[in-house]
Design a protein around this ligand. Structure first.
Ligand SMILES: Nc1ncnc2c1ncn2[C@@H]1O[C@H](COP(=O)(O)OP(=O)(O)OP(=O)(O)O)[C@@H](O)[C@H]1O
Ligand SMILES: [Mg+2]
Length: 282
């Protein structure tokens, strides 16, 4: 079912809350084989886009997964069609083991018939998820005592056991150590080989290292779109980031050379860096 031709296509998505336009006509698409990023300042509408795609918020326009329209469908139906998501704060069952958490997540997706059959041993999808997320050695560990990074990976694992076609992640590396960020970026790149991966993230360094394509949202609209180098060099993006509170930090994150990035993901756009440096008045 999951093919390289699979796609998530968002067209003219609008979400309003009591007349306030949180998302005002956003279009973008995502495909397997790329780690797709959605970035933008606080309140830009990133989480609301994900909420609308997953059925948590009501939106108008169109969100198509392959040839199926998602808008208007119930949350559980959208999950069954193959869309998984994580939230800004990890939601795992702290008292239960890693294996039990994955088992519950897998159970949500199984029919009662396959649930009975699966009782004989550990579901192969669970084994794959343990392997893929690097949690094989923690299967009996209560989720509550996992490190922050491991909890996020468990949550990603809980999506993977449902074998989704599309994974939407809301700020997956917030609060992670540098090593955990690197492991998460590599995990997302592996997952994205066969599935649609859409990442909402504030961390510019992480975005620069792992994004294939980026859409920048601002005040509910698409401000810029392209490769990391293209959006970094876009004066509109520089203006938005430099013009907001915390701009110095964001600008620094955009400018600082990424020593840790490998050759395939590092972006060296000297012109953009110079422009940003000048913008900060440095
Ligand atoms: N349920 C809601 N009711 C009313 N307004 C909302 C609701 N959810 C979000 N908003 C508003 O919509 C706008 C977009 O919010 P959203 O959470 O999508 O932003 P975001 O880009 O995810 O920001 P952040 O980076 O802070 O997570 C904000 O102005 C927010 O206050
Ligand atoms: Mg958000």
């Amino acid at each position: 079912m999951t093919a390289a031709t699979d796609s998530l296509v968002v067209t003219d998505l609008r979400v309003e809350f009591d007349g306030f336009v949180a998302v005002g006509g956003v279009s973008f698409d995502a495909h397997p084989g790329e780690v797709r990023f959605l970035i933008g300042p606080n309140g830009a509408g990133k989480t609301t886009c994900i909420d609308a795609i997953t059925g948590l918020s009501k939106g108008s326009g169109s969100v198509k997964l392959g040839d199926q329209e998602l808008l208007g469908k119930a949350v559980n139906k959208i999950v069954r069609l193959g869309v998984g998501r994580t939230f800004q704060t990890a939601t795992v069952f702290e008292q239960l083991s890693v294996l039990q958490n994955l088992d519950i997540a897998a159970g949500l997706h199984r029919s009662s018939f396959s649930l009975l059959r699966a009782r004989r041993g550990v579901d192969p999808a669970i084994e794959r998820a343990l392997e893929e997320t690097g949690l094989s050695g923690e299967r009996e560990t209560p989720a509550g005592i996992l490190s922050h990074g491991q909890k996020q990976w468990l949550e990603i694992g809980m999506m993977l056991v449902q074998e989704p076609r599309a994974l939407l992640l809301d700020e997956p590396v917030a609060g992670m150590s540098q090593d955990e960020r690197t492991a998460t970026g590599e995990l997302l790149q592996r997952i994205a080989q066969r599935r649609i991966v859409l990442v909402v993230e504030h961390d510019m360094d992480f975005m620069r290292r792992y994004a294939s394509r980026v859409t920048v949202l601002h005040q509910g609209k698409v401000l810029s779109e392209g490769t990391v180098a293209q959006v970094q060099a876009d004066p509109k993006v520089q203006e938005v980031y430099l013009g907001t509170a915390g701009a110095a930090t964001t600008a620094a994150m955009l400018v600082v050379a990424d020593a840790g990035a490998d050759e395939t993901t590092a972006v060296t756009d000297a012109d953009a860096d110079v422009a940003l440096s000048q913008g900060t008045g440095a």
